[in-house]
Structures are given as C-alpha cells and as structure tokens.
Design a protein around this ligand. Structure first.
Ligand SMILES: [Zn+2]
Length: 444
C-alpha cells in the first residue's frame, strides 16, 4: 500500500511540477527493480533528465501528455549492471607480454575507449577498474565521466599495490606501486586518496600481515574500500586477520582444489562482512574458447574493437595451441573445489558480488558480465534473482554508490537496461541487452 501511495504521489507531483516534454516513459515490460522483491508486471518508469522520477505499474502511474514513450512490452527492465572488477587496458588477448609489448602506446587512442564501449553496449553502466597504468586510467575515468568517451560510470583503483612490479609491462607503464613497509603502505594509500582514487587494490600474497593491516586501516580511515586479489586459503586468513572489512572484496575467492575453507576463515568473513568476488569467468573463459573457437567470431567482439586489435586477439586463440596453458588446466582441476567452497560460503550467509576481471585472457568485456552471472548461479547455487541483486544493488553498495545507482527508484540516476528475455527463467538471457540507458541517455 505504501508503495502504491508513494508512486501515486510522485506521479501527481510529476504532472504539476515537471515539463512533460522533458520526460521519457519506459512503458510495458516487467520491471526487476534490483531490491529482490516480486517483479512489477506492465511496469512504467518515468525519467526526467538524468533521474528516475517514478517506478510502478501502469495502473498506478499517470503518464503526462507529451511524454516520449519507449515501448518495453515483452521485455525485462532492470538497473544497469555494475561490474566491480574490470581492466580497461586489456581486451582479452591470450598473451600479456605480447599485448603490453606492442600496444602500450595505443591505450588512450584505441584500447581503453574500445573497452569502455564494449562494457556499455553489454549493459554495464558502472565499473570499477582494479589495476592499470596510473596516468592512463585517471585520464580514462575523466574522459568517460565527463561524457567525452562513451562508457560506464568509471571508478578506479589506479595501481596494483604489490611487493614486486608486474612482469609484463615496460618501465614506463606504472601499473604497480611497490610497498616497502607498513609506513610506506599508509603513505601510498594517502597519496592515492589525494590523487582521487576510488578504491585501493592489493594484488600480492607476498604483502605481510603488517603491510596489509596498514593498507586496510589507512584506506578505511580515508573512506576507501579495498579489493584484495588473494588465492590461497592461508593468504585469505592473513588478510582477514589484517582487518579486511565491510564490503571490501576478496577477488578470486574459491580458487584451488580444496573443497572447504576452515571454519575460522568462514567466521571471519561473516563477522567482518567481507564481500565475495569470485571472477569465475576469468578462470573458465579460456576453456570456453579452446573448446569452441567459434566464440572468437562473435559479431559483438568485431563491433566493439578496432579491426587490427580484434584480428590480433583472435589470432592469439586461433593460431596458438593453448591446451597446455595453466589457466586451461585450472578450469577443470579447480572447478569442483571452487564450487564446493563457494557453496560453503553461500550457505554460511556470506555477501556475494558479481565480479568479472573483464579484459583478462579469453574474458572480453562484451561477454564477461552475463557469463559470470550464469556461472555464479551454477556454481554457488544462488537463485537467478539473487544473482541479479548481486550484480546491481550489492555491487552499488561495494562501490559506495548505493544512493545513486543499483536499484530503480525515484530519485536515483536513470541507469537502466532493457533485456530481450526473461533472466528470472534463463540468466543467459542477460546476453540479449537490447537498450542501454545511462543517466537518462539512450546509448543503444
Ligand atoms: Zn583483475
């Protein structure tokens, strides 16, 4: 009843206060609002400029005369997807040495804009980049967020915080800040905050518990969350003891053959409200392409990338035998253990996000999110609705953007996708994003 009344009040307010010429209605269609409740059949969403002003049923909402109508009948209307783990500087090529050796000077001209476009076209309207060259990624964020390059709302970590630099980039490509000590860690987190980073990324199990504790504590003091790339159970325990906290994320959770985490690890994850980021597609993508090379001919891959880069990425799978690649082995060797551990965490009540690591090997931006959602459902036992909520509302919480995005509600930004299908029956329908609206602007 309250919901009905509030919709009505908003609708009446709309008619009197707003100029109908500026209002757009998404009319018909089933609305999944991101909160996890029953969908609204024959839904209507009114947008005024960049904001949503009403969400409800056709019977509840008056559409002012002169309103522009977008017909969404037969389709699913839901919040734009949020991916909390992407990399704008890679496009799914199988060989990082080759990629960075050849293309570091094409990041701004071609690669990052192509990644941004591919994400947005796939219905991903907000992302968190978890590690790239500092100068390029701050530039990219400002270009996209000021509207100069089409792409999702972009939040960034800047560099990986590690004990050693990454091996495959040149000296001039500053994607790593090496941590020397706990004091150094604090200083670097403060420096990143000053520079305007949105999140801190640790990517090294060699960081000591003291160094991690300094990173977590300083980041939390600065109002930043931390995403930690961790595989081994012992390293997860170290990060938990070091104070990884509420809605910080453990990226790549579930890795390795072991079929359960020790009870103390699960308990700390629950007590500290750490969010689980499984990035399953970053493990399974190579298997999918090796077993079905036709995937590299997907027209969406061709559509989103400059022709020569697409050709080079395709060649890296079509003309190289990758069956002895460690990722291919891991895809099958770790699957049973990962599934068992993810289900253990799910049953215990851990918070789950949807996190793709898109751009990594065989994990192109146009496919990452819908594939990860399907794998999440299969491997964790989450319901389709739970996965949809994780990909929208929960991910907005992780990014500290829950007041602006993540659910379809009056007052929030109009980041909305229209899916040609029914993801509550078949999550793979998320592949068929027909329209993408970001901030009230229709991008496709
Ligand atoms: Zn990553």
């Amino acid at each position: 009843m309250f919901r009905y009344l509030s919709c009505l009040i908003i609708a009446l307010f709309t008619i009197s206060a707003a100029n109908a010429v500026d209002i757009t209605a998404l009319k018909g269609g089933r609305i999944i609002d991101g909160n996890g409740g029953a969908p609204i059949v024959d839904g209507v969403i009114l947008m005024d400029g960049e904001r949503i002003i009403a969400v409800g049923n056709e019977d509840d909402i008056n559409i002012p005369t002169g309103t522009k109508i977008i017909d969404t009948n037969g389709m699913t209307v839901m919040p734009g997807l949020i991916d909390i783990h992407v990399h704008f500087d890679i496009l799914g090529h199988s060989d990082y040495n080759h990629w960075f050796g050849k293309y570091e000077n094409r990041m701004r001209s071609d690669i990052m804009p192509a990644a941004a476009k591919a994400m947005l076209m796939a219905g991903v309207t907000s992302v968190r980049d978890l590690g790239a060259d500092v100068s390029n990624i701050f530039w990219l964020r400002d270009q996209v967020n000021s509207g100069k390059i089409p792409g999702p709302r972009t939040f960034i970590a800047g560099p990986f915080l590690r004990k050693t630099a990454t091996a495959f980039v040149s000296d001039g490509y500053k994607d790593t800040w090496v941590i020397e000590s706990p004091e150094d860690a604090r200083e670097k987190v403060r420096k990143l905050k000053e520079m305007g980073a949105d999140v801190i990324k640790t990517q090294d199990e060699a960081l000591s518990q003291e160094e991690l504790a300094a990173i977590y504590d300083e980041a939390h003091k600065q109002g930043l969350r931390v995403a930690s790339h961790i595989y081994a159970a012992e390293a997860i325990r170290t990060a938990l003891k070091a104070g990884i906290g509420e809605y910080d994320t453990i990226e790549h959770i579930g890795e390795y053959e072991a079929t359960a985490y020790d009870d103390d690890i699960v308990q700390m994850i629950l007590d500290q409200k750490v969010a689980m980021a499984a990035t399953i597609i970053a493990r399974d993508g190579l298997r999918q392409i090796i077993e079905n090379p036709e995937l590299t001919d997907d027209p969406r891959w061709i559509r989103d990338l400059p022709a020569d880069l697409y050709a080079d990425v395709r060649k890296s799978y079509r003309e190289v035998d990758l069956t002895d690649h460690p990722l291919y082995d891991k895809a099958s060797a770790h699957r049973a253990g990962r599934m068992a551990k993810l289900r253990q965490l799910k049953e215990a009540g851990a918070i789950f996000t949807v996190s793709t690591d898109s751009g990594t090997r065989a994990n192109p931006h146009h496919d990452a999110m819908w594939k990860e959602m399907v794998l999440m459902q299969e491997e964790t036992g989450m319901t389709n609705m739970e996965v949809l909520v994780a990909a929208t509302k929960t991910n907005a919480l992780v990014m500290q953007q829950q007041d602006k995005i993540g659910t379809l509600e009056a007052g929030k930004l109009a980041d909305i996708i229209i899916v040609d299908g029914d993801p509550l029956s078949h999550l793979s329908d998320m592949r068929r994003v027909k329209h993408v609206i970001k901030g009230g602007v229709l991008f496709r």
